[in-house]
Write a protein that binds this ligand. Structure first.
Ligand SMILES: [Zn+2]
Length: 409
């Protein structure tokens, strides 16, 4: 140990002497600078000497660190919490996690998925997100990096890595909460446009201006096309309108809605805050009062009976007699419009079209498999964002090449 410290001191000392010498002799500055100016290729050549594997390792490690940050975003963003403060802590016992226990991948493995302080289990999601982001970053380097020209290729690889990081965060949040936060979608549009103007290679464009234009068209195409699909879907399929035998009594219980011969849990009914059940009640009875011929609208946040508004938590039970009830059913939401727009800013309008076509196929296939495996009912929903994300990843790594080979020979 003492030997190691001595060696370190020695090395540091030498280095300081070196720097000191350099600082004291302005003539040396000139020659260093002169070398650079006289031979700018020197820079590139010295960077080119850095081996390919070193950059691969850097990208993987950086990805794991970013993944660790994404875990914080995935946990906190949907709850409206700050992603900077408080620092990482155990959600069970509030134990503040010191830096040496906050090392991506390793911590989870060493602690075997348990909090060091209270022993509460830590979701395997933390490990998966870190590993996935590490692999995503490494993949971007392998695909877009060139170790002979690191200074020009690293920014492009990083831009795609940022896109993939956003896709990963959005996917995990959408699966759990059925929303994609504005921080990711609007933030993604901003970063995508910025990357477009700075890095023409992102769109294989000849100039910064045309690259920005590609990004803008991509963002616009994403928003417009998905919004059109959303409106069209509403027009074609409407909401899920259930005709009932006139005079049917339905009951809104504590945790579920009782229809004749069927019980639907609120968890399966309301995915987003904007989802609502709407009906026209001939009679409606609460515990302490009754109504006649009123429109009722129930969403997770508010219960509206006629013009009255109340909190659903204050109404434990409600009985209605009605002839028709409208249940929420939408494949896509406004979150997907903004999400596709952000992706479009990175991958252009061709990528948008490709991602939408492929995501609908993946969605249909997954849905069918789940129905065959009897894991879900035909009418129940899945978030759509993850399919878009997966399709966009396929575009970045494979699809783009074939698309341009097919359509622009
Ligand atoms: Zn704990």
């Amino acid at each position: 140990m003492i030997f190691a410290i001595k060696t370190l001191n020695h090395t540091l000392g030498l280095w300081t002497v070196d720097l000191g010498l350099w600082a004291q002799h302005p003539a040396l500055w000139g020659s260093s600078f002169g070398l650079l100016v006289a031979d700018p290729g020197q820079w590139t050549r010295s960077w080119a000497a850095v081996p390919y594997g070193f950059w691969s390792l850097c990208f993987f490690v950086l990805g794991c660190i970013v993944g660790s940050f994404l875990n914080v975003c995935i946990h906190r963003m949907p709850l409206g919490m700050s992603i900077v403060s408080p620092p990482s802590h155990c959600p069970h016992c509030k134990y503040s996690i010191p830096w040496y226990l906050n090392i991506p991948l390793l911590t989870w493995l060493v602690l075997r998925g348990r909090c060091k302080n209270c022993g509460a289990p830590i979701s395997v999601r933390y490990f998966i997100v870190e590993l996935l982001t590490g692999i995503a970053f490494l993949g971007c380097w392998l695909k877009f990096g060139n170790h002979l020209h690191p200074l020009s290729s690293i920014p492009v690889a990083l831009a795609f890595a940022v896109l993939l990081a956003g896709l990963i965060a959005a996917t995990f949040i959408d699966f759990e909460h059925f929303i994609i936060p504005d921080e990711i979608t609007f933030g993604g549009i901003g970063v995508g446009l910025l990357a477009s103007v700075l890095l023409p290679r992102l769109h294989d464009a000849p100039s910064h201006l045309s690259s920005l234009l590609q990004g803008l068209i991509g963002a616009l195409a994403g928003a417009v096309v998905v919004y059109a699909i959303l409106r069209l879907g509403k027009l074609l399929f409407g909401r899920h309108r259930l005709k009932l035998v006139p005079g049917t009594k339905i009951v809104f219980g504590e945790a579920s809605l009782h229809l004749p011969g069927r019980e639907i849990f609120y968890d399966d009914l309301f995915y987003r805050k904007s989802d609502a059940v709407v009906l026209r009640a001939q009679t409606l009875e609460l515990i302490d009062r009754g109504y006649k011929d009123v429109t009722v609208r129930l969403s997770p946040a508010v219960l509206e009976i006629g013009d009255e508004k109340m909190s659903p938590d204050d109404v434990p039970c409600m009985e209605c007699v009605c002839a028709e009830i409208v249940l929420p059913r939408e494949a896509m939401g406004m979150g997907d419009v903004k999400f596709m727009s952000a992706i479009g800013a990175f991958i252009g309008w061709q990528g948008v079209i490709f991602s939408l076509m492929l995501s609908s196929m993946i969605g249909a296939a997954v849905g069918l498999i789940l129905i065959i495996l009897r894991r879900r009912e035909f009418s129940s929903r899945m978030p759509y964002g993850p399919y878009i994300a997966l399709a966009a990843v396929i575009w970045v790594f494979i699809g783009k090449k074939y698309w341009f080979a097919l359509f622009q020979p």
